[in-house]
Design a protein around this ligand. Structure first.
Ligand SMILES: Nc1ncnc2c1ncn2[C@@H]1O[C@H](COP(=O)(O)OP(=O)(O)OP(=O)(O)O)[C@@H](O)[C@H]1O
Length: 244
């Protein structure tokens, strides 16, 4: 770990079984403070389930999650989020009856009970994700790129130390991807530790400092993104022979 700094999140032998299916199979990774870790793998590889386990939405069948020195295995999601570990969802789920600002205030209110301060903080987060012009818009009226930023804002409003991003680029047209990649780079530069599930390899390679490849729940490869994507085992299981 020394070359990457202190381990902030330790995932040890993490396993989740659903009836006969092992969705996450003995995953063990150390995520360093301020690291940007990409996670890729074919559909059904267990990536989202891994996030659900880390974020406390599902309990692991086996294994341990240690965050900042504390064993958080089995903690409920709200307690995990309060501790500083927050995820986004692949399918955005804003409150449709509330505008962008009110949606973000639901989150800021949890740390900042005073309404004026919660509003102020929500506006800051909205500016941070460059959604200022949509602050009073309703979610149904937003283009996909803005909805993605709203999902990000709702996570950032909880003041995470680690953010788990689940396909925040999915559904964006290529012209919308570059600004989102820039925003993620900026947020990481501001000190966030990031775990990043993504299918768009150009984005994964542009941002990730290390890359975890999952396959059938297990860890197929972990390491330098370029080396990992050239690994014949990874090419065969996931990327396909015509990759790059
Ligand atoms: N609640 C559940 N009950 C039963 N099986 C589940 C459940 N959640 C996930 N699975 C199964 O676990 C496996 C891993 O699913 P998961 O959604 O974690 O994969 P993924 O890598 O995130 O896929 P994608 O890239 O398509 O989002 C799949 O076979 C899925 O059908």
């Amino acid at each position: 770990m020394s070359e990457r700094g202190t381990s902030l999140l330790s995932i040890e032998g993490l396993t989740k079984r659903f009836a006969g299916l092992t969705a996450v199979d003995d995953i063990g990774i150390e995520v360093a403070e301020h690291e940007f870790l990409g996670i890729v793998g074919p559909n059904g590889a267990g990536k989202t389930t891994l996030f659900s386990l880390i974020a406390g939405e599902q309990r692991p069948t086996e294994g341990r999650i240690v965050f900042d020195g504390t064993d958080i295995t089995g903690w409920p999601a709200d307690r995990v989020a309060k501790a500083g570990l927050v995820r986004t969802f692949q399918l955005m789920r804003p409150f449709e009856s509330m505008n962008v600002l009110e949606n973000v205030m639901i989150a800021t209110h949890q740390h900042t009970p005073a309404p004026h301060a919660a509003r102020h903080k929500a506006l800051d987060v909205i500016e941070r994700v460059q959604l200022g012009r949509y602050a009073t818009a309703m979610p149904a009226s937003l283009p996909t790129a803005a909805l993605k930023r709203l999902e990000l804002a709702r996570a950032l409003a909880l003041d995470p130390q680690v953010i788990l991003l689940d396909e925040v680029l999915a559904g964006l047209v290529p012209a919308e991807r570059a600004p989102m990649i820039e925003l993620l780079r900026t947020l990481h530069g501001e000190g966030l530790t990031v775990m990043f599930i993504e299918h768009i390899m150009a984005a994964v390679l542009a941002l990730s400092e290390r890359l975890l490849v999952m396959h059938e729940g297990a860890q197929l490869a972990l390491g330098d993104p370029r080396e990992v994507t050239e690994d014949p085992v990874v090419v065969e299981a996931y990327l396909g022979e015509d990759y790059a």
